[in-house]
Design a protein around this ligand. Sequence first.
Ligand code: B12
Ligand code: SF4
Length: 460
Amino acid sequence: MRVTMILPALTEATSPLFRPIKYSLFPPLGLATLAAYLRDDDEVRILDEHVERIDDVVADDRPDLVVIQVYITSARRSYELADAYQERGVFVALGGLHVTSLPEEAAAHADAIFLGPGEDTWPRFLDDFRRGSAEKRYVSTERTLKGLPPVRRDLIRRERYLVPNSIVVSRGCPHHCDFCYKDAFFEGGKSFYTQLVDDALAEIERLPGRHLYFLDDHLLGNRRFAEALFDGMAGMGRVFQAASTVDAILRPGLLEKAVDAGLRSMFVGFETINDANLAEQRKRQNIGRDYGAVARRLHDAGVMVNASFVFGMDGDGPDVFDRTVAWAVENGLETATFHIMTPYPGTALFRRMEADDRLLHTDWDRYDTRHVVYRPKGMTGVQLEAGYWRAYRDFYRWGAIWRGAATKSGAGRWRHLAYAGGWKKFEPLWDSLIRSRQVLRALPLLESTLNGLERPLKTG
Ligand code: B12
Ligand code: SF4
């Protein structure tokens, strides 16, 4: 059987909004996970539009089956590709977050759709498809990662990504924030579950080099699992980045184990520095927490902070941008990701906005956390978009980077400068590395920066 798997991109690579380095970070792990269920004699390839032009390749591609992973921002492009394949008589399977949120919309462009994670439905579909009796809709109910076949990393062209060693060892998250994709995606079954520790360690062992990036929503979400994982990783000589929540970071003991295992940078969902917003969004795990203490605890442990903030919640006024940036700089946060609040279909936030008639449109292309798609309460949409871009500019000005770095001493200061500066200030260099397919060459530099500017290690 011949199978083409596609991860379409949200914009053409030529758009001025396209930051090549952001899109050349992570390979399509979801598709490589699904590819593992195919047989040895199946012919499969993965196309990732974030790192390659695919128009010529798909123009007269006629596999037996095409699989497209649909995110909200890539829905339009996904449907365009799906329609073209269907016209050629190719069987189209659509799955992923957006398909789960809006199955009827997706079904109009597919022969089969998949709701929820694919580990139970996908192998069932493959059997049906081979027998010629595929159904139109598969809904995931059984949630486990036990016995997962090894991710088909051989299908990933490593040289095209800065972080080819991205890895997920769990699915979902134990929390329930109103704006998050998670509850809608995992409806009908468990919404947080992990691999067996030994399987996760075996997956890590299979990854070459030293650097790892855990894409799990909340790597510290299951304490017993995380402790066993970090114990198993201690001594492996890995350097890794991960994501977690403020409450888990403040909990004594676990962070220390993570650091011993190689944790050097943490993505933290601070979301807002306004407590009223947290209650509104049911982000209970953040309410009343001392955010300054979170930053200090991570820094004291030698871990850099990549903070996530959302602007435009109902308690936000026009002063929120300056206050957030000032707080982030004062607390020495190395990097920050800002978002304009975006109500994804399927979420409680979307339902609330719809009921209050606050949604401006359903042009999913612009549901990208960079555009205002609803009527904000505390400011105008124009103020919100302008403030969002200003926050990025102000946070990544050299002056702010210096001030943030100056909150630290010694190697921590230099690491802050190298990491924050490298990420935002050397765009032309990243672009040329990406264009020449050499981006992976920057990995040893990333590793040594994470590790406090030790000499770059030679990796294969
Ligand atoms: C890595 C990542 C990226 C990477 C690239 C994506 C990639 N390579 O897959 C980059 C940095 C480019 C990125 C960018 C953005 N991202 Co992003 N990203 C992620 C992240 C952290 C991990 C994705 C991942 O690998 N998951 C692990 C794998 C195993 O799961 P999976 O991909 O979902 O695949 C499973 C299922 O979905 C299903 N499945 C998927 N496709 C199919 C198809 C079939 C046929 C079947 C059967 C099953 C199936 O089976 C798979 C196995 O279970 C997720 C958060 C998350 N936890 O998923 C956010 C996330 C997907 N991103 C999100 C957003 C909003 C964005 C941005 C718009 C943000 C921004 N402002 O820039 C951009 C635009 C993305 C785009 N191209 O359209 C949202 C998506 C919301 C939505 N409803 O679509 C998420 C969920 C983050 C969040 N919590 O809000 N992102
Ligand atoms: S903590 Fe993060 S991943 Fe978990 S539900 Fe909230 S926003 Fe989603």
